[in-house]
Design a protein around this ligand. Sequence first.
Ligand code: SAH
Length: 335
Amino acid sequence: MITRIEQFKKKFPKEPKFRIKQIQEALFKFPDGSWEDATTLSKPIREELTKSIPWMSLTLESMQEDFDVRKALLKTQDGQMIETVLMMNAKEQWTVCLSSQIGCAMNCAFCATGKMGLKRNLTEDEIVDQVRFWQSQIQLEERISNLVFMGMGEPMANYDSVKSALNTILDNTDLGPVKITVSTVGFLPRMDLMLDDPDWPEVRIAISLHSVDSIARKKLMPSSTPDFLNDLRDWCLRYLEKFGNNRHHLTFEYLLIKGINDSETDAKKLARYIHSIGHAKVNIIAYNDTGMFEAPSTATLERFCDILQRSEIDVLRRRSLGSGISAACGQLANQ
Ligand code: SAH
């Protein structure tokens, strides 16, 4: 699908290049406005654009709210639904959780989105417009300080649109690259591409690891390959050689599931794996119920984190928001 900027260029090939920048500025400044707000364009051009290109590619279908989290169901131009989440973070600013696809092809056993299968990739506009949508929802004095690609979909499987969306967001907001995290199942062919791609911005990368036992991981994450853990280690070493510094560490997400990957041995194996990579952080997330497994007890969770800490792993127990409105990690499935 062709983006609104490409459509504009096609319609008005004689307009100077700086118009694009002006349009992008207006799009971000007036997220719930219209082409009439792009006042640097002539009246006839604005009228033509109003007729042919939507100012916002997504419309609000419904909103659910909890204490410090909001989930929006948004409708695309072709009538599909996506979910996006706004969460209060530790700095009392907002983190937006973005979707990159409608559904997902990765089919992870614990994830509700995976059960939908993949409907299609989101366009660059649809990714960018989730950010614009939330900008239009928050108060003037409030601020979106972080973005995470942890909503529906596998961002690396929609590499080109995610990349352009990232660059557009970086160019038109006050967000720096380290305030944005792209989370992936570990889609190595695209991650390889990323390492040599001069246009890929230096955003943070999080890898959903969830198990360091290759057979157990394959059961949880069918996209895993037999040699995944070794290949991932190689990739991480190359990444760290290229980008590794205080601002660019890698993060591993580890979803703790009762009786599946939460034993002391699992914790020790995980610590060994992380040490074999070096500079990396681990986020422990308790499984949010999607009807497939059981969550670990708080005691198990604490013991697991404790073992990692004693092994000098930089571990964070990620607090889970939004389960009251099915907006937590893995629960997005546009019901
Ligand atoms: N496809 C990407 C991003 C989307 S999921 C990825 O896999 O990383 C974002 C995070 O939520 C991932 O770490 C994912 O494994 C996790 N997640 C999925 N289902 C979950 C569940 N039921 N409970 C907790 N986290 C879950």
